[in-house]
Design a binder for this molecule. Structure first.
Ligand code: ASP
Length: 290
């Protein structure tokens, strides 16, 4: 008997207040999320893998300027874009991740290449870009990544002397941010992926939680697949994604209960804002944000 499939995606945590979300904007976001979801679902419907569904879903969001990943990545303090991404296969715990790469059209594809065609899990900066060239991945120009709205966000962040999450309540206009997807396919395999431009006005090659396996991204067929979004520093310290998996594995908690302990209790106590999307081996989906 063929089992069912599950797919969940996010376009970042955060508050888009009703006042700042015009009808037109809301329609654009909904359409972009729906397009990504439809693409991912078409893979699963045909019996494709969770890994491919996650990849296709994230590529679609990376190519959309509305989200803080790929084309819409936020600006660093230097006026550049440094992107992080990770992908993980629940079947055998294979993982690939990339941190601080510039001008790569689809960082999630680079993470997948690292997983499938290198001896490593996490590559960063120049070296990662060198590897991307070898693997013939597509590079774009600075113009491709330029977005007037994002540049305005950087100006404001510099003016306020802050390093800000894409969705922090400091600017008049707010947008969703980081993107991610989790899936279970009809073969019973799980996968998770996350892609981001990180935080506006970031310096010193700051790296967030998204490319850190076990923090922002994790997948294990025995427990769950997770993609996080929020203030990365806290997600790294709380080892969020793996902690959810551990609560299921060692304490026998359900997916929803495990997510709530980590996001609504542990993270809140640390002061970490954000949340996650998750799917378990039975195909249950949890969407928990604090
Ligand atoms: N978690 C990401 C980071 O800290 C940002 C986000 O989720 O929007 O890099």
């Amino acid at each position: 008997m063929m089992s069912t499939y599950s797919l969940a995606l996010h376009g970042g945590a955060g508050t888009i207040t009703r006042a700042s979300l015009t009808e037109e904007k809301e329609k654009a976001y909904t359409a972009a999320l729906l397009a990504a979801l439809t693409l991912g679902e078409s893979v699963l419907k045909k019996g494709g893998t969770a890994m491919d569904a996650v990849t296709q879903t994230i590529i679609s969001l990376e190519d959309c300027p509305l989200f803080n990943a790929g084309k819409g990545a936020v600006f660093t303090a230097d006026g550049l874009h440094e992107m992080d991404a990770a992908i993980m296969r629940g079947e055998n715990l294979e993982a690939g991740a990339v941190a601080g790469v510039q001008l790569i059209k689809n960082p999630i594809l680079l993470a997948k290449e690292i997983m499938e065609h290198s001896d490593h899990v996490l590559l960063s900066g120049r070296g990662a870009e060198e590897f991307a060239k070898q693997q013939k991945l597509i590079f774009e120009t600075e113009e491709y990544f330029f977005d007037e709205y994002r540049f305005q966000q950087l100006r404001e962040a510099i003016h306020e002397g802050k390093i800000v999450l894409d969705h922090t309540e400091t600017t008049e206009n707010k947008k969703f941010g980081t993107v991610g997807a989790v899936a279970k396919d009809v073969h019973g395999n799980l996968a998770a992926g996350t892609s981001t431009g990180g935080m506006t006005n970031k310096k010193f090659n700051r790296i967030g939680d998204s490319p850190i396996i076990g923090s922002g991204t994790y997948a294990n067929n025995a427990t769950c697949a997770i993609s996080c979004t929020g203030h990365g520093e806290y997600f790294i310290r709380a080892v969020v994604a793996y902690d959810v998996s551990c609560l299921m594995e060692y304490k026998g908690l359900s997916l929803q209960a495990a997510c709530e302990v980590v996001v609504m209790d542990k993270l809140v106590k640390l002061g970490g804002e954000g949340g996650l999307i998750a799917v378990d081996a039975a195909g249950n989906i949890s969407l928990v944000f604090n």
